[in-house]
Design a binder for this molecule. Structure first.
Ligand code: KG4
Ligand code: ZN
Length: 349
């Protein structure tokens, strides 16, 4: 089965083709980053208009890349949400119109499900069950994943998402939008322990997280450093030291909460997904994660999986893949997919 995936939830237009036997055979992406950089953030109206402009040419490029035609497509999957309303409508309108014209089914996909299944697109893929650490620009969540469509929320950020904290802090430090990746590059040049920022909710005894207070701590440090400097501005070294301390704080919290989620669930596989999953420090720390279930026991190794770097941030491949998984699941369930116990409240999924 060949599924066309359409992603348009924010500032990336992604179109991909996933074949259930041959894997990912086409993957086209256009990022609007440069367009929004001028405004220091995503301008929703510009985003929607750009998706409309890109969807058709990207689909043609994707079919060409895969050596396929419209007639080969078995279903069209698209991001139904969450995201920017207008941007989602652009993708939804296109996907639904295309599916209707082709006489094929359309599969609405949850954007975060796309992210959390994206590590399954790697050559070395995780087995179920696993804990997923979803760290994107809009969400920071820990989920227990027992199979396709079987997700339990274990904990999440009560305010800013980790990616949002990276972007806001980067902006505060004068870095161009979107600053998350840039901040993490500068952190490599920062010295350890020059600054120490709080680790919010580290000892909250649950899997909730909070990142909004961190940027206030950074702001205070920046203001102090500026006041103390001769020319009233941050030196490059100080800025890099702050980047490092900020990144260390975020990564420490994500590490501790992910570890606790593994202990609580008893799972020994962790999957990291979403844009912040591209962060080198997070990858480095989690790669060394092990669990000591009780004081006198040996540490147990944890298998940690990351999506391939280009699939960490938004893309159509993860939507095509999630769509294909749902298509297969419903094909397997077939006529036997009845719901003997079906509360009315579950009618809208
Ligand atoms: O998953 P994603 O592409 O979009 C959403 O669904 O939100 O994630 C984008 C987020 C942005 O906040 C961006 O700054 C952050 O991921 N990001 C990073 C890095 N690369 C992207 N944050 C930290 N370190 C990075 N290397
Ligand atoms: Zn995303």
């Amino acid at each position: 089965m060949l599924v066309l995936g359409i992603e348009s939830s924010c500032d990336e237009t992604g179109v991909a083709l996933y074949h259930t036997e041959r894997g990912l055979i086409g993957n086209q992406l256009h990022t609007q980053m440069a367009m929004h950089a001028e405004y220091g953030g995503v301008v929703p109206e510009l985003a929607s208009r750009d998706h409309i402009r890109r969807l058709v040419p990207l689909t043609h490029a994707c079919l060409k890349e895969a050596g396929q035609t419209f007639g080969d497509i078995d279903a069209v999957a698209f991001t139904q949400g969450p995201g920017l309303g207008g941007a989602l409508l652009a993708g939804s309108g296109y996907a639904n119109a295309l599916a209707f014209a082709l006489g094929k089914p359309v599969i609405p996909v949850h954007h975060l499900e796309g992210h959390l299944l994206s590590p399954l697109l790697a050559e070395d893929k995780p087995d179920f069950p696993f804990v997923a650490l979803l760290v994107s620009g809009g969400h920071t969540q820990l989920m227990a994943v027992r199979g396709i469509g079987d997700y339990t929320l274990l904990g999440e950020s009560v305010d800013d998402a980790a990616g949002e904290a990276f972007d806001k802090t980067a902006k505060l430090l004068g870095l161009p939008y979107p600053g998350g990746a840039k901040l993490s590059e500068l952190a490599k040049l920062g010295r350890p322990d020059v600054y120490t920022f709080p680790r919010p909710m580290l000892h909250s005894h649950d899997l909730q997280m909070s990142f909004s207070g961190l940027k206030t701590a950074v702001l205070t440090a920046v203001q102090k450093a500026e006041a103390a400097s001769e020319n009233g501005s941050l030196s490059e070294q100080t800025r890099n030291d702050i980047c490092r301390a900020f990144q260390d704080a975020v990564v420490d919290v994500l590490f501790a909460k992910a570890k606790q989620a593994l202990i609580d669930t008893g799972f020994r596989t962790l999957v990291v997904a979403g844009g912040v999953g591209a962060n080198w420090k997070l990858r480095e720390s989690l790669a060394a994660l092990s669990i000591k279930p009780a004081p006198k026991t040996k540490p147990e190794a944890v298998k940690v999986f990351f999506p391939p770097l280009p699939l960490c941030t938004d893309n159509g491949a993860m939507i095509a893949f999630a769509g294909a998984m749902h298509l297969q699941k419903s094909a397997q369930a077939g006529a036997f997919n009845v719901k003997p116990r079906w509360p009315l409240t579950d009618i809208v999924k």
